[in-house]
Ligand binder design. Structure first.
Ligand code: CDP
Ligand code: MG
Length: 138
């Protein structure tokens, strides 16, 4: 079964939208196979967002992601990587479609409620940053 990493970012987690967001994924047929509440460290952020190091928004992104707890999830299901990206909507909530997580819950381009892996290679790289095999049940 295909798997993807989702982070319910500190903005959405702090506003108690985790349940609403997980319901969207579950209603679409996906299974939560791992979950935890945690606080990102700068080291973890650098590992997770390695391809963004040096971009103009990088320091604001790390400051935001390390500012408060978040919820990390692994979701499983058919075509889950592409489908969860669709359910999340565009990176910039101003461009996100009606009914998407980012349209419903994101504040701006940085505080945009959720992360989801963008490819099979990204999911395979990102999931072990947050979870060990014994923390996943499927
Ligand atoms: O999260 P997604 O894959 O949709 O977007 P990305 O291009 O991989 O960027 C990763 C994250 O960096 C975004 O989700 C935003 O939180 C942040 N970002 C930002 O603050 N400003 C930008 N111009 C682009 C990205
Ligand atoms: Mg991305």
């Amino acid at each position: 079964m295909q798997k993807t990493l989702v982070l319910i970012k500190p903005d959405a987690f702090g506003k108690n939208h985790s349940g609403d967001i997980i319901k969207l994924y579950e209603d679409a047929g996906f299974k939560v196979v791992a979950a935890k509440v945690m606080r990102m460290t700068p080291e973890l952020a650098a590992k997770h967002y390695v391809e963004h190091i040096g971009r103009p928004y990088y320091s604001a992104l790390v400051e935001f992601m390390t500012s408060a707890p978040l919820m990390a999830l692994v979701l499983a299901g058919d075509d889950v990587i592409k489908r969860v990206r669709e359910l999340n909507g565009a990176t910039n909530p101003a461009e996100a479609s009606e009914g998407t997580v980012r349209k419903l819950y994101a504040e701006d381009k940085t505080k945009n409620a959720v992360h989801a892996s963008d490819s099979e290679a990204s999911a395979a790289r990102e999931i072990p940053i947050f979870f060990s095999a014994c923390e996943m049940f499927d």
